[in-house]
Design a protein around this ligand. Structure first.
Ligand SMILES: NC(=O)c1ccc[n+]([C@@H]2O[C@H](COP(=O)([O-])OP(=O)(O)OC[C@H]3O[C@@H](n4cnc5c(N)ncnc54)[C@H](O)[C@@H]3O)[C@@H](O)[C@H]2O)c1
Length: 254
């Protein structure tokens, strides 16, 4: 009988990964774990101190590309730079995102637009531009950061929830269209993760109340989300595509 072959240690040896928003939080933890698993990583971020952050992770195997990815020309320039330096892209992790919170009746049009531009449009355009490259090179892996907010209503999160639900829908369509090209596309949906973004959105009483609603009774760590990304980026998950991997301590099962 024919057997499936994959590395049981989920190694990413010599894979080329691009991580948006990789200078902090979940993206940074994922860059560190991808590196440990043998990948080369290009971090794309707007942070001033990006160069130093990239170097501190690894001086040669990790590079920083400073860019605001809400601009399509910037995304094209990033992809070209990665190709010039590393030759190809095997893994794209769309992690950059923003959470602008307000009651639905008070949310400004500008905050709605900013949320959609980064969380949805930039993730789509990055996937589209890298996807074309992956089609040419024979395959790849795209991982999109969604959120528990994609599957459940959260107070003051109207734009964020809408943007993350859009990510899950987009993930399914890309997975459907690109499976014949050996490209798998998946999403990850965490509960509150202890990063700058997570701590800002869930500081104080709202956070303590939220923990009571999570059966596991705690928030997550960026490294736990990075572990999901490693699995989805590895050959061990080759038959999983269009999936939304929820990591929420059971919050959304009730
Ligand atoms: N932290 C949580 O609780 C949580 C939960 C569920 C989902 N998520 C999602 O995970 C992803 C990462 O979140 P995080 O908590 O690590 O956030 P974070 O704020 O720690 O990191 C986001 C990174 O994106 C970068 N960024 C912002 N705008 C950018 C732009 N225009 N161009 C390029 N880079 C830009 C920031 O500089 C930052 O380094 C987001 O998509 C977020 O919605 C987070």
């Amino acid at each position: 009988m024919e057997k499936s072959r994959f590395d049981i240690n989920f190694n990413l040896t010599d894979k080329i990964a691009v991580i948006t928003g990789g200078a902090s939080g979940i993206g940074k933890a994922t860059a560190e774990l991808f590196l440990e698993k043998g990948a080369y990583v290009a971090i794309v971020d707007v942070k001033e101190e990006l160069e130093e952050i990239a170097k501190s992770i690894h001086p040669e195997r990790v590079i920083g590309i400073k860019a605001d990815i809400t601009n399509k020309n910037n995304i094209e320039a990033c992809v070209k730079k990665v190709k010039d330096i590393f030759g190809r892209i095997d893994i794209l992790f769309n992690s950059a995102g923003v959470a602008l919170l307000e009651k639905a009746e008070d949310l400004t049009e500008s905050d709605w637009d900013k949320t959609m531009e980064l969380n949805v449009k930039a993730s789509f355009l990055f996937s589209q531009i890298v996807g074309k490259e992956m089609i040419k090179s024979g395959g790849g892996n795209v991982i999109n950061m969604a959120s528990q907010a994609a599957v459940i209503a959260l107070d003051r999160h109207v734009a964020y929830c809408a943007s993350k639900a859009a990510i899950v829908a987009m993930t399914k369509v890309l997975a459907l269209e690109w499976a014949p090209y050996n490209i798998k596309v998946n999403a990850i949906s965490p509960t509150v993760i202890l990063t700058e973004l997570g701590e800002k959105a869930w500081a104080g009483k709202v956070g303590e109340d939220m923990k009571q609603l999570i059966p596991a009774g705690r928030f997550g760590y960026p490294e736990e989300v990075a572990a999901c990304a490693v699995f989805l980026a590895s050959d061990a998950s080759n038959l999983i595509t269009g999936e939304n991997l929820v990591i929420d301590g059971g919050y959304s099962i009730k």
